[in-house]
Design a protein around this ligand. Sequence first.
Ligand SMILES: N=C(O)[C@@H]1CCCN1
Length: 297
Amino acid sequence: MYTIHEGYVPFREYQTWYRISGDLHNGQTPLVVAHGGPGCTHDYVDAFKDIAETGRAVIHYDQIGNGLSTHLPHKSPDFWQPSLFLDELNHLLQALEIADNYALLGQSWGGMLAAEHAVTQPQGLKAMIIANSPASMALWLKGAAKLRAKLPSDVQDTLLTHEAAGTITSAEYKAASRVFYQRHVCRLDPWPIEVQRTFDALDIDPTVYLAMNGPTEFHVIGSMKNWTIIDRLKQVRVPTLLISGRFDEATPETVQPYKDHITGAKWVIFESSSHMPHVEERPLCMKTVSDFLLATC
Ligand SMILES: N=C(O)[C@@H]1CCCN1
């Protein structure tokens, strides 16, 4: 077992909730976990706390805008920029006094955030795991369109009808979306409770997700739709592990630029998983990440 400590870090006029599983001061490089969305919560990536069983402290946090951190539903969409979340991450590292020695795991959008962080070559970053993340949203949209084209035709028609009508909050659109999510976001049925908690939180406050991403994982019309980091990946100077699922909405094509442009990057594809190997193949995923951190930190 390990100790658990939760708290808040001031960030600008807001606050960021965090939780430390394990001992930050035992000499092992701690692992910081950045969730996806943008605008999700830490709940669905809670499983990475298992790594604390190896003696390595694991820090989860809710990025500003959702979860237990400050919600800002009245901010204009252009408030929500990658630079805001990069600044928040740096504040968290400084406040927890780990900025000189940490590893970073980002899942989905969190992996995009981790890559944005790594290209700035922070001296304290010792290793990085980019999990289920695209290197550009153009590739993401291309991959999502291919997956969407394989859905049953009635599901495709329903999605198109409601997207054209703007009725993307309708029960019918949500039911059709769920067919995609069950295939390419989390293939477990039912979803683990912690995964459902994140999607329930998104339903309650979709501010960040709608501003930066859009209504769904495959209908991306938000400010991130033109995002790419492919041209900056050569600047990454830390050992990097890429993980994704065979049925992942982050298709191999979306992950490939990380492998091509980050020197020495290793890539593990989980054959029975989609977007969440950390719950779909939990023991194997945790061993893969733990072994990588043991070898690099
Ligand atoms: N689940 C996520 O974070 C993905 C990444 C790009 C759009 N949403």
